[in-house]
Write a protein that binds this ligand. Structure first.
Ligand code: PEP
Ligand code: MG
Length: 322
């Protein structure tokens, strides 16, 4: 099997009926790019920039960040690289920010909420990203967006920083796509509205499942509610993909679900454009997709979304599309 996978390193990702999708990888540091390329990923679908901020006692400087982003973009040689702005809070703490303890950190002051409030931190990161943008194919993604206003504010800050840089004589790419993570149910529900203003969506199922099922993703006792294949989650995913396509935009997925062999046939059938996963899952996923007919699965999507339980969905996929 490993030998068969190795042959696919330089191949595109095509279904048996020749529908092309993009298989990308998730990374946490520039050093991870090596594994991305060795495993034949076609891009980086999620660069979690939190690691630049963690395990130290002060914020990273603009220069430090610029170097990290530039390195990733250069090493990826023009392939798409989605860099997510700071997603701190929840399970990811930064002691040196001295943020007040919260009763419900996953529902609290985190990610874009913090960035829009602590704008110095946000602007520094955006400047580093914009300066690095000429070294590759950068796409900027905001995490934990719950309302259109948050997206509009974040984007206007990005544009302000871009204009400042241009005025200072710094070169900035003119082709940076700006998208959002869909990981809060309100945003999935409003995807048709968002789709008019964002360039792309990336569905963060790790959080989308936690928030939709109201089940803490770190709590073993409620892990039975963590149901990626539940019709509730699949209907939300469909809403997001359909809304993006209606506006000529694309949808990716960067939660664990994107690399899951049971989920992959369903996601292909739903029309997901980009699957971002851990690098080691890329070749197995490519091999699996080559054996799947998108058209055949699509014909069963309504039936799957009408099923009663996650178990029914899993059984159907295992019997028909594995
Ligand atoms: C997600 O929520 O699915 C995601 C990819 O982000 P993180 O796991 O970093 O919260
Ligand atoms: Mg998340």
């Amino acid at each position: 099997q490993k030998e068969e996978w190795a042959k696919l390193v330089n191949e595109k990702t095509l279904s048996s009926d020749n529908v092309q999708v993009e298989l990308a990888a998730n990374i946490g540091t520039p050093a991870d790019v090596k594994g991305v390329l060795e495993n034949g990923a076609e891009g980086v679908g999620l660069y979690r920039t939190e690691f630049l901020y963690m395990g130290r006692d002060q914020l990273p400087t603009e220069e430090e960040q610029y170097k990290a982003y530039k390195e990733v973009l250069e090493k990826m040689e023009g392939k798409p690289v989605v860099i997510r702005t700071l997603d701190i809070g929840g399970d990811k703490e930064l002691p040196y920010l001295n943020l007040p303890k919260e009763l419900n950190p996953f529902l609290g002051f985190r990610a874009i909420r913090l960035c829009l409030e602590e704008q110095d931190i946000f602007r520094t990161q955006l400047r580093a990203l914009l300066r690095a943008s000429t070294f590759g194919n950068l796409k900027i993604m905001f995490p934990m967006i719950a309302t259109l206003d948050e997206f509009r504010t974040a984007k206007s800050i990005l544009i302000e920083e871009k204009e400042k840089l241009v005025k200072e004589g710094t070169e900035v790419s003119e082709n940076i796509e700006v998208g959002i993570m869909v990981e809060i149910p309100s945003t999935a529900v409003m995807a048709d509205t968002f789709a008019k203003e964002v360039d792309f969506f990336s569905i963060g199922t790790n959080d989308l499942i936690q928030y939709t099922m109201a089940a803490d993703r770190m709590n073993e006792q409620v892990s039975y509610l963590y149901q990626p294949y539940s019709p509730a989650i699949l209907r939300l995913v469909k809403m997001v993909i359909d809304a993006s396509h209606k506006e000529g935009k694309w949808t990716g997925m960067c939660g664990e679900m994107a690399g899951d062999p049971i989920a992959i046939p369903i996601l292909l059938g739903l029309g997901l454009d980009e699957f971002s996963m851990s690098a080691t899952s890329v070749l197995p996923a490519r091999s699996q997709i080559r054996g799947l007919s998108k058209e055949k699965i699509s014909a069963h999507i309504d039936e799957i979304l009408q099923m009663d339980t996650m178990k029914d969905v899993v059984e159907f996929v295992e019997q028909n599309f594995k």
